[in-house]
Design a protein. Sequence first.
Length: 232
Amino acid sequence: MTSKKKLISQDDFVNTRFEHPHHQEKREDITVRLIRIKKASSELIDELRKAGFDIDLVQDLYTKRINYKKAVPILAKWLPQISDFDCKETIVRALSVKTPESDIVAKILIREYINTDNSRKLYKWAIGNSLNSIANDAVLDDIIQIATDKRHGSAREMVVLSLKNMKGERAIDTLISLVGDLEVTGHALLALGHLKASKARCLIEKYTTHPNTFWRNEAKKAIKKIDKASDL
């Protein structure tokens, strides 16, 4: 029997922000953070309520499992206007849902990523996470530009992974070139496996015995996917 997914409370969400493995930020008092986020998003929330969404915080849209696709244009409009990064992260996370406006939203997220200082690593990682959900070939050039720009460091991880959504050889060739980039190796291997990139098999196989557990496991899974696809 499948267990029901536990809904995240407002306090829990604000306290943990994103479940990122490298998140080591000191905890801010929950009440103080809530007050700050509510203040930063007050005008956005007012507009969302007028549009029919009875919420107190942006994250209510997804923690309460609301069908909020019609709210996406509003969220995308407000993202660059808000300066509080905790608040911005909740908007970015909400923009991970696919809608008819996804290509436009992806462009907005890319602009936000590029314009954000590299010291905001976790925020940029969150943007990449949403791009991984909605990006497609319409933004391939931008995704490649970010993925190959080492100035963004490991905040590129999910941007690199979003290349799995693309068609054609350019995405595969880019991923092959990124396997040797130690900050994104695992995500490049993961994406190549998803794409069943047979031309990368020999390269991927070298990582099946690598001491890095994440890289080794992703390489093994990628080889299985490639071999299974070749047997069809």
